[in-house]
Design a protein around this ligand. Structure first.
Ligand code: AG3
Length: 285
């Protein structure tokens, strides 16, 4: 049988193609078109509107870096908010921290959760059965505008700023996230590929700076998010991401008994050291 190729067309002038053996499932929801493919290189891959969201092969890089960076930077992260994250990967990592009392995950599309639990259960692990997890099916933008709950860490695990996630990139949304954070609360979000989505990080940084005193970019190499280093932003009223010393991070990491596959206390600090080409774009942000 000839090789079948899934082609991601997220970027205007570059396409990523993954060889796959089988379409495991496919569904059109009121929000998006989702599919799960059995790929040769990365195991099962979740795509939403034709864009690779996560794969069994490399999901840990994104999920560990989106979760453990804010969790370990925060002195005592007990209540965690995840916006999006329907595959459960962020919730899984957050629940590994001993201080956590509650993780509220707000996902707009219940079909994504159902789909991922069924076809890529390795990614959520036991997160959805965990007694500390509360799953809310709602629009994340509305949730942060209306809730009375307060959080220590907010992780915005959204798709790209096209389609249903667009509102999760607006200043108004960041203001509401800041409102639901208590004390030294920290927010993180993804900001796309540094090379192929070069304006995403500076744009998000300038919006976040209107709301938070500390805004710090960091990067990680995620193979299926093509286009150079993948970017993230860390934002807080009080916490500097590099305030925690290497010894403190080591101690926290050991106490949590985490066995990570990308995150290390050294990577925690190193990921905030930006290559000059990424830093240059942020100069006027
Ligand atoms: N959410 C972020 C996907 C970003 C893909 N975009 C890209 N390659 N620029 C993934 C959800 C994982 N829980």
């Amino acid at each position: 049988m000839p090789t079948r190729w899934f082609t991601e067309t997220l970027h205007r002038h570059v396409r990523q193609a993954l060889a796959y053996t089988r379409v495991i499932a496919q569904e059109k929801t009121p929000f998006q078109k989702m599919s799960i493919l059995e790929t040769e290189a990365y195991g099962r891959a979740l795509t939403l509107d034709g864009i690779v969201q996560t794969t069994e092969g490399d999901e840990y890089i994104y999920h560990e870096m989106m979760t453990h960076i804010p969790m370990f930077a925060h002195p005592n992260p007990r209540k965690i908010l995840v916006i999006g994250g329907g595959d459960g990967g962020i919730a899984r990592e957050a629940l590994r921290h001993p201080e956590v009392e509650k993780v509220v995950m707000v996902e707009i599309d219940p079909s994504v959760v159902k789909f991922c639990r069924r076809y890529i259960p390795k990614i959520c692990g036991k997160a959805f059965q965990h007694p500390k997890l509360e799953l809310v099916i709602d629009d994340g933008a509305r949730y942060v505008r209306e809730t009375d709950e307060r959080f220590d860490v907010a992780i915005i695990d959204s798709t790209d700023p096209i389609g249903p996630a667009t509102v999760l990139f607006e200043t108004e949304f960041y203001r509401n996230v800041a409102q639901v954070l208590r004390g030294p609360g920290i927010m993180v979000r993804q900001t796309g590929s540094s090379f192929l989505q070069p304006s995403e990080m500076p744009e998000a940084a300038s919006r976040l700076k209107k709301v938070f005193r500390v805004v710090a970019p960091y990067v990680a190499a995620v193979p299926t998010y093509v286009g150079g280093f993948f970017g993230f932003l860390f934002a807080s009223h009080q916490i500097q991401p590099l305030r925690a010393t290497p010894a403190h991070l080591e101690a926290r990491y050991r106490r949590a008994r985490l066995v990570c596959r990308y995150y290390t206390p050294a990577i925690h600090r190193a990921s905030f050291s930006l290559p000059a080409n990424v830093r240059a774009r942020l100069e006027h942000a």
